[in-house]
Design a protein around this ligand. Structure first.
Ligand SMILES: [Zn+2]
Length: 1034
């Protein structure tokens, strides 16, 4: 699953709205529509029954005899087919006499408070029985099986037959599911997930004997989202039974489960229905054992009007047309798979297709106009190549005969890797080369690489439980870089961009005392969303990269091949991976206990800072120590019983020794103690030490001041002796060590000085990102101009050298010019945002040209910078012009940067106007409103406005985004992370006090961040300014 694009990125001032390609943030979810609205009409039961069984009815004349016979046999074998005659509106009957099941009804307006289930809907007798039963469990001091957070393990589903009818005209559907069950332990209860549906009939039959098992009663238990079938006798061990459930539900307006979405074609609104089951929403579309461990095979049939087509994980085997314009598609049976990867869609899209070398049919389905324009061709083409790449890399063929990519107008995530039917939100898969920047292309590419990796890591081999969601998400995120390198070998994604976009990014988060381990315990369904966060994705990916480098990439690859081969069609936990990788290492004669090493990294939160002291050595001995890195050392550790001092890691440290012209790399030194002595050969008087070669490790490195000075000297004299990734690493480490108080404030600024000679993109990018938090700490201070002046001086000469791009960029979009264009963009962004006069002039000229000619000739790759600079420098007319363009454009990527540009204004009235408009769904899409508020907060002129707006509208915002945890935490951190005065900290704490519950994790992170900001101001601000003053007068 790819989360939405990450918003937090370093435009050094609000003028810069840098699109950061690889960062897809967890803006999880659009707000659910109000429940009331979703409670539409349901199909009349009788009508639907006729429809579902129409073909049976057609043979009425012939079957009347058969029917009699069947009835006789049924009576003889005591088959009790339970039906809820009273149907949708009457109270279900309790199954007191054993013939009819008590069929529970959970109204599809079930936003009901989670209370006792269905109390009033059941007859008194059933309620009594239930009470007795609960007392019985209490006596046993056990929770009843339906009240436990996980499903009881006495049953296992082997196969599901699922027959659905989709009624697009009133957004309802009906279904019949037949589950073949294997009994592991005898029990009277069948407990499975079902949520927000109306169940009409339930039958349990023993497979072999075709005999029925009487259903005593059934009920929903909403607290755990389960449906319970209580039987009159126990199911017997090692026998297999068939559970049949007939139900109906809504095609929701909320973007989870089986939901609807729409688009406009030729002035006409068209609807589609599509599913999103991960992590716990399959239970909203059919009753099932909705935990990843319950893998089963599925055979799906979908009945729909013939004006639509239907899609699912597998290809259609047969389609049966009916006279009344309906058709039923029967799909082939799936391999063993988890419920959350099941998917289907009912739409009237068209497609283009391609076939891989191994014969996999790949289709891209989208709205007909997009297909006609060829907007899906790029995705289709790279998908074919990527399947071939993964098949070769993993040595495991793609498992299904086809893969459909479905581009939908609305989706709660950027994309979802359903097996054989992956779903993407349009702006993450459709691409029109004539208006797309490099970053947009990169973004689309990486989402596709990510989802395709999941076809192996996720779909084929599935984590046992959600605590290890990082296993699949960490791999998919890591492979975004490996797969993109395969498509564009010159881009060096894994060696370079990974550092800034993943490693540096997540170390910011994980350096807070309120972080959490990458493996997180989860029980309740409601907690599961919480584990899909940046720590799982980015720290997961960073740990995997560290593992790959200390194992060696070819051994790592072999290990992955074994892991996938051993566990295919099954589930695996992290220890399964560690064992397989340890064995692969053993085969090449190396012995590392990977589980022991990795447990420290996955079960402990945070990461270490290594300090290397070399200047007091005798006999080439250096001292290496480790401690947990935290930004605010005053904050108490989250777990007071532990204390920070007990955090230890086994660290694969590499050290290079260098002098002005030469660098030598040493083998890995495993550091596992608080402090260790190591001998380093060839350590001369003037040589420097550099730890964590190419920043493959997930930690920071600090040195004694003498060594820092030697490194700075090296960078100034000949920076190319040190690798590109190490240059970026030194910059990021220095800025963050200084921010946390481990290092004097001048060191990072001294390092920056060499940048005037730096021709590579990555170190500039690292510097620009690292400057961002510092800039936000200073941008409202009296002496800000001293800082501003210093940065401008560092940027000036490179800005002159590189100049501005021309508009012909796209012809070379995917060629090696990527690095150069990205560098130019980065430098222009720094120049314009710190006030380089030429840059401002250039931006103003381009905007004026656009307004006067009404032709947008602004180069694609810098449009966002130009728009933002124009809005901030020029008068209100420009703001109105951009506002008008925002309304008139239909291109998604363009719309977004126009909206963000509006937040760059210096005019507080305009900013207020924009904030107020942001909550109007007619004007600003719900998912974009948060971006507006966050971007206003980044603008020093708007920070207090956004902060005030956030507090005043919190109730509305929380109601809108509260369920989407990612969205909410993005908003909370986006609005608060730049607060840095005692007064603002007080405001924040008071606000949290006055607000009850919810978003607690985001708020504790916010308090910690602001406390660290305040502390930095108090302790280090003056030191920094003193050094800057001195430096500027020299
Ligand atoms: Zn994913």
């Amino acid at each position: 699953m790819a989360l939405e694009k990450r918003e937090k990125r370093p435009p050094v001032t609000p003028m810069m709205i840098e699109e950061e390609a690889a960062l897809r943030n967890g803006s999880r979810g659009l707000p659910p529509g109000p429940w009331a609205e979703a409670a539409g009409p349901r199909p009349r039961t009788t009508e639907r029954h006729i429809a579902v069984h129409k073909r049976l009815v057609l043979g009425f004349a012939v079957s009347i005899l058969a029917l009699l016979a069947v009835t006789m046999i049924a009576v003889l074998l005591s088959v009790r087919f339970e039906e809820c005659g009273a149907a949708a509106d009457g109270p279900p009957r309790a199954g007191g006499n054993g013939t009819l099941s008590g069929v529970a009804r959970q109204p599809p307006g079930a936003g009901q408070p989670l209370g006792r289930p269905e109390e009033e809907a059941r007859g008194g007798e059933a309620a009594e029985e239930e009470e007795e039963e609960e007392e019985e469990w209490q006596r046993r001091r056990e929770l009843p099986p339906w009240a436990r957070p996980r499903l009881p393990r006495h049953l296992r589903p082997l196969h599901y037959n699922l027959m659905l009818s989709a009624f697009m005209e009133n957004f309802t559907f009906s279904g019949e599911v037949n589950v073949q069950l294997e009994v592991r332990n005898a029990s009277r209860y069948i407990v499975l997930h079902a949520h927000r549906m109306h169940i009409e009939a339930v039958r349990v039959a023993e497979d072999k004997l075709a005999g029925g098992v009487r259903v005593a009663r059934t009920f929903f238990y909403p607290q755990t989202q389960v449906f319970v079938v209580v039987l009159n006798r126990s199911l017997e061990v090692q026998r297999s039974y068939n559970l049949k459930i007939i139900y109906n539900a809504l095609i929701e307006n909320e973007l989870l489960g089986f939901f609807r979405s729409s688009y406009v074609l030729h002035g006409e609104r068209r609807f589609l229905g599509v599913t999103q089951f991960s992590p716990t929403h399959a239970r909203k579309a059919f009753p099932c054992f909705d935990e990843p461990i319950y893998k089963a095979t599925f055979k799906i049939s979908i009945r729909h009007q013939a004006t639509y087509l239907s899609l699912s994980n597998m290809p259609v085997e047969t389609s049966v047309f009916e006279e009344d314009g309906w058709v039923t598609d029967h799909f082939s049976q799936t391999p063993l798979m988890s419920t959350y990867y099941l998917a289907w869609a009912v739409c009237n899209f068209t497609y283009r297709e391609t076939v891989t070398k191994s014969g996999v049919v790949v289709r891209l389905y989208a709205r007909p106009d997009a297909i006609r324009r060829g907007s899906g061709d790029y995705a289709l083409n790279i998908t074919r190549r990527l399947i071939e790449f993964y098949e070769d890399y993993f040595k495991v063929p793609y498992s299904l005969p086809k893969l459909d990519l479905l581009a939908v107008p609305k989706h709660p995530y950027a994309a979802m890797e359903n097996w054989g039917l992956s779903v993407f939100v349009e702006q993450r898969i459709l691409l029109d080369p004539s208006i797309s920047s490099i970053l947009y292309l990169l973004d689309v590419t990486m989402v596709i690489v990510h989802e395709l990796c999941h076809q192996w890591f996720g779909d084929l081999v599935t984590p046992v439980w959600w605590e290890d969601v990082w296993l699949k998400e960490g791999f998919a995120h890591y492979f975004e870089f490996i797969g993109t390198d395969y498509l564009y070998p010159g881009w060096n994604m894994e060696k370079q961009r990974f550092l800034t976009d993943v490693l540096h990014e997540v170390m910011l988060l994980d350096g807070l005392a309120s972080s959490h381990p990458v493996s997180q315990e989860v029980q309740q369904a409601s907690d599961i969303d919480r584990v899909f966060d940046w720590i799982a994705y980015k720290k997961g990916a960073a740990l995997i990269r560290m593992l790959a480098s200390f194992m060696g990439h070819s051994v790592f690859q072999m290990g992955l091949q074994d892991y996938l081969t051993i566990h295919k069609y099954g589930n695996a936990a992290r220890n399964d991976l560690w064992n397989t990788l340890s064995k692969a290492l053993k085969r090449v004669g190396k012995s590392v206990n990977i589980q022991e090493v990795m447990d420290q990294w996955t079960l402990q939160m945070g990461y270490p800072v290594i300090t290397i002291l070399g200047n007091e050595t005798t006999d080439n001995i250096i001292v290496i120590s480790q401690e947990r890195f935290v930004y605010d050392s005053d904050t108490k550790p989250k777990d007071p019983a532990r204390g920070d001092s007990s955090y230890l890691w086994q660290i694969p440290l590499t050290i290079a020794v260098g002098n002005t012209s030469h660098i030598s790399s040493e083998a890995i030194i495993w550091v596992s103690n608080k402090s260790e002595h190591h001998r380093i050969p060839a350590l001369e008087e003037a040589s420097w030490l550099l730890g964590n070669v190419n920043q493959t490790g997930y930690f920071r490195v600090n040195y004694d001041i003498r060594n820092w000075k030697l490194l700075i000297n090296q960078l100034t004299r000949n920076h190319e002796v040190i690798s590109v990734s190490n240059r970026a690493g030194l910059i990021d480490d220095a800025f963050n060590l200084a921010r946390a108080g481990y290092l004097p404030q001048n060191i990072p600024l001294e390092i920056m000085r060499y940048l005037s000679e730096e021709k590579d993109f990555l170190p500039w990018h690292a510097a620009s990102r690292a400057l961002y938090p510092l800039d936000k700490l200073l941008d409202r201070t009296e002496n800000y101009n001293i800082f501003n002046e210093y940065i401008l001086r560092q940027v000036a000469s490179m800005y002159l050298k590189l100049g501005w791009p021309t508009n012909n960029l796209n012809k070379s979009l995917v060629q090696a010019s990527y690095q150069h264009e990205e560098l130019r963009r980065e430098v222009i962004m720094l120049a314009c945002s710190f006030g380089n006069k030429h840059c401002h002039q250039q931006a103003a000229t381009l905007i004026s040209d656009w307004i006067s000619s009404n032709r947008n000739r602004i180069p694609l790759n810098v449009r966002d910078i130009v728009y933002c600079t124009g809005v901030s420098l020029m008068d209100e007319d420009v703001w109105e012009f951009i506002w008008m363009k925002f309304h008139s454009t239909t291109a998604v990527s363009e719309k977004k940067i126009l909206l963000e540009a509006l937040t760059c204004s210096d005019d507080r009235n305009l900013l207020n106007r924009l904030l107020n408009l942001s909550l109007n769904s007619e004007v600003v899409l719900d998912q974009d409103a948060i971006d507006v508020i966050i971007h206003v907060a980044r603008n020093p002129h708007g920070r207090d406005l956004a902060w005030k707006f956030f507090r005043e509208k919190w109730k509305i915002l929380n109601a809108r985004y509260g369920e989407a945890l990612f969205m909410n935490s993005k908003l909370v951190s986006g609005v608060t992370e730049f607060l840095n005065t005692e007064g603002e900290l007080r405001e924040l704490k008071n606000f949290i006090k006055s607000y009850e519950g919810g978003a607690a994790v985001s708020f504790s992170r916010a308090v910690e961040t602001v406390e660290a900001n305040v502390r930095w101001q108090r302790l280090y601000k003056e030191e920094l300014f003193q050094w800057l003053r001195k430096s500027l007068t020299q």
